[in-house]
Structures are given as structure tokens and as C-alpha cells.
Design a protein around this ligand. Structure first.
Ligand code: ADP
Ligand code: ZN
Length: 356
């Protein structure tokens, strides 16, 4: 078992990672839960496969919502509050988020606001949620006007990661997580990038022992960033590598046929080209990134969208702070920074270069 400490002072917590950790009672979890009332928030898919399984180690009521990002709404929140009241949850109770990023986001937001905030436990079941949402405390829901427009920073008491859950995850969802894993390596850790490059077969074949190792690495890297910048004022921006382009692509696809990780993979490809074009990064490094993404089976180009439209979408990304376009670009594998001097022409030209 691997244990990662997310060191946020009073809000510090542990992430426990192990294949099969949820097959028997988890002492660290039980120490936190005690005799308290628990409501587990999960979606219909995860509930169908794992409700019985998780019930064997957590004595909990359930609040189950229809699977799908389109249900990450205030309406679903209302249902969760209702279920919490019906289950008799009080200020001492606990909400568990059990599932992918959507379950984690809404369960965490419910925990942050029910009775002005109660304890939260996270059990992610997608690769993306394991490496991304289990560190950082971002919770929230979408509004009709845009994604993640309402939410809170709310840290869990503990995160339990069982890589066995990955065995039922659709391959496309695994790939989306892998895009985020490559992202960590490119922006922060060249040794980690080497390790991924040398073990593509283990990544593709879902070698769970290897996954335990790399999930732990990603949690460690993200924990470091979040510790330095919990509320996203500075360093934390590097985690957006590939995301400004990725979000623009996701938005153009109407959040449909392109998934988040796929958008990020194409976005990183555009960003790396841009870094090469403005002579910030060597071409060899961009090629290494490209090869790794391709070997894993991730997309590095797009076909259906107009480059100018993607640029327009970028400008309306809520992470943008003023009229300048700020972009995270790598200077080499393992190091990235926020640049604010890249011109519109350079950006559009890089976007254009990745259109099939
Ligand atoms: P993410 O944002 O982490 O990709 P979602 O909550 O959108 O997460 O989950 C993606 C999809 O995968 C959803 O349809 C969800 O029900 C399903 N899912 C989550 N975990 C598993 C799992 N371990 N096995 C099978 N399906 C899963
Ligand atoms: Zn992401």
C-alpha cells in the first residue's frame, strides 16, 4: 500500500492507494468514520457494479444520481440534500463521494454546504478522478451558463484509491486519465516521463501494480502544487497545461464526442508545437511527448473544428485573467511555466497546425 500525505496544515489528509484495499475493512477509514452517520453519493453506473461491494466496508445510506456530466447540476444537489435530511445526517455526519469526477465534485460540494459544511471522504473509481480530483479540494456543479460555475474548495478527510475499480472502467476513460498522467510528467518530472515512456505496455495492459505506482506519483506531484498554492493564485496554474486549448476543443464539440482527456491530449500537442515555434522548447522534446501520447492511443490532432473558432473559445475560458492570453508552456520535458507574451498569431498558427 502507498500512503501520500497531502500537507495542508489543519486540513491535511492522507491518500491510501492499493489494489484491493476496499476488499476488507480499512482501519484508517474506520478511525475517521467512527459511529457517525454516512451518506454515500454515487451515480447509477457505479452503484450498479459496486454498491454491494462498498456496503461491505462502509455502513452507509446511499444517494444515487443518473450517471453523466449533464447531471452535475443544482437539481442533483437538491436531491442529495433531500436524501441527507431523510437519512438523518447532522453536523457530525459524513458524505462520501464514490465514483468518477462527477460524483466527487457534487458529493464534495454537498459536503461543503450541508449544514454549513460536514466531513467528506473520497473514493474515486475512475483513473481521472484518482490522479486529478483526489487532490486539490475543488468541488462544484455546472450551471446552464457554463461548467463549474458554482462550487467550493473543500478538502476530504481521507481518500481511498483501489486500483481494482479500473478493471471495469471503459478503455476510453482509462485513456482520459492517461492524458492527465502524461501532463504531470511533462510539466513537473522528467524522470517520471522516462518511466512512462519505458512502460507503455504496462500502461496499455492495465498492469495494476504499475498503476498503483504512477497514481501515487501523480498524487504526490499534485499534492506538492496544491500545498504551495491551495486556492490557485499562482503555481497551481501549471496544472492547466493543455487545458486552455483542450477546453476550447471540448466546448466546440459541445462536450459530446470529445472527452476531457482527449481534449487535453490534443491541447498539449498544440501547446508543445507553440512552445517549439516560439523557440521556447526543443523540437525533440515535443516529439517525445507526441510519441508517448500516440503510443498510448491518445489523439494529437483534430479535424472538425475551425482554428479561429477554437481561439475564440479560448478567450472566453474563465481561467483567463485579463486581455492577454496566458498559456502554460513547457520549456523542456519536466518543466513548464506560465507565459503571457505569446501573440494571437502564434497561437492560431499552432492551433491550425494540428488540424487534419
Ligand atoms: P471522470 O470525470 O472522472 O471521467 P465521471 O464521473 O464522468 O468521471 O465518470 C465517467 C463514467 O464512468 C461515468 O459514466 C461513470 O458512471 C463511469 N464509471 C466510473 N467509475 C467506473 C468504474 N470503476 N467502472 C465502470 N464505470 C465507471
Ligand atoms: Zn483535466
Amino acid at each position: 500500500m502507498k500512503k501520500i500525505k497531502v500537507d495542508l496544515g489543519e486540513r491535511a489528509y492522507d491518500i491510501l492507494i492499493s489494489a484491493g484495499i476496499t476488499n476488507s475493512p480499512i482501519k484508517e477509514l474506520n478511525d475517521i468514520l467512527g459511529e457517525r452517520k454516512i451518506l454515500t453519493v454515487t451515480d447509477t453506473n457505479v452503484s450498479e457494479i459496486y454498491k454491494l461491494h462498498i456496503s461491505q466496508i462502509i455502513d452507509s445510506e446511499f444517494s444515487i444520481f443518473q450517471a453523466g456530466e449533464e447531471n452535475k447540476t443544482l437539481e442533483t444537489m437538491g436531491k442529495i440534500y433531500h436524501d441527507a435530511v431523510c437519512a438523518g445526517l447532522n453536523r457530525k455526519s459524513v458524505i462520501t463521494g464514490f465514483g468518477g469526477g462527477v460524483s466527487g465534485d457534487i458529493a464534495g460540494f454537498a459536503a461543503s454546504s450541508y449544514m454549513r459544511g460536514i466531513d467528506f471522504v473520497q473514493i474515486p473509481t475512475t483513473l481521472l478522478a484518482m490522479v486529478d480530483s483526489s487532490v486539490g479540494g475543488k468541488t462544484g456543479v455546472d450551471l446552464p451558463e457554463g461548467k463549474n460555475l458554482v462550487g467550493a474548495f473543500w478538502q476530504p478527510q481521507i481518500v481511498i484509491i483501489d486500483t481494482h475499480f479500473l478493471q471495469t472502467l471503459p478503455k476510453r476513460e482509462i485513456l482520459c486519465g492517461l492524458a492527465e498522467i502524461v501532463k504531470y510528467a511533462v510539466i513537473m518530472d522528467s524522470d517520471f516521463f522516462d518511466l512512462l515512456e519505458q512502460n507503455v505496455d504496462k500502461l496499455i495492459n492495465l498492469d495494476l501494480e504499475f498503476y498503483e505506482k504512477i497514481i501515487a506519483k501523480c498524487c504526490e506531484l499534485k499534492a506538492y502544487v496544491v500545498k504551495e498554492d491551495e486556492k490557485e493564485n499562482g503555481l497551481r496554474a501549471i496544472l492547466n497545461y493543455g487545458h486552455t486549448f483542450g477546453h476550447a476543443i471540448e466546448k466546440e464539440a459541445n462536450y459530446g464526442e470529445i472527452q476531457h482527456g482527449e481534449g487535453v491530449s490534443i491541447g498539449m500537442s498544440i501547446a508543445a508545437d507553440l512552445a517549439v515555434n516560439v523557440r521556447y522548447m526543443q523540437k525533440e522534446d515535443a516529439i517525445r511527448q507526441e510519441n508517448l501520447l500516440k503510443q498510448l492511443g491518445l489523439p494529437t490532432s483534430y479535424s472538425n473544428f475551425q482554428p479561429e473558432k477554437l481561439f475564440e473559445n479560448m478567450s472566453s475560458d474563465k481561467k483567463k485573467q485579463d486581455s492577454k492570453t496566458r498559456l502554460i508552456l513547457p520549456s523542456q520535458i519536466g518543466i513548464a511555466s506560465l507565459l503571457d507574451y505569446i501573440t494571437k498569431e502564434d497561437i492560431i498558427s499552432a492551433i491550425r497546425g494540428r488540424k487534419n
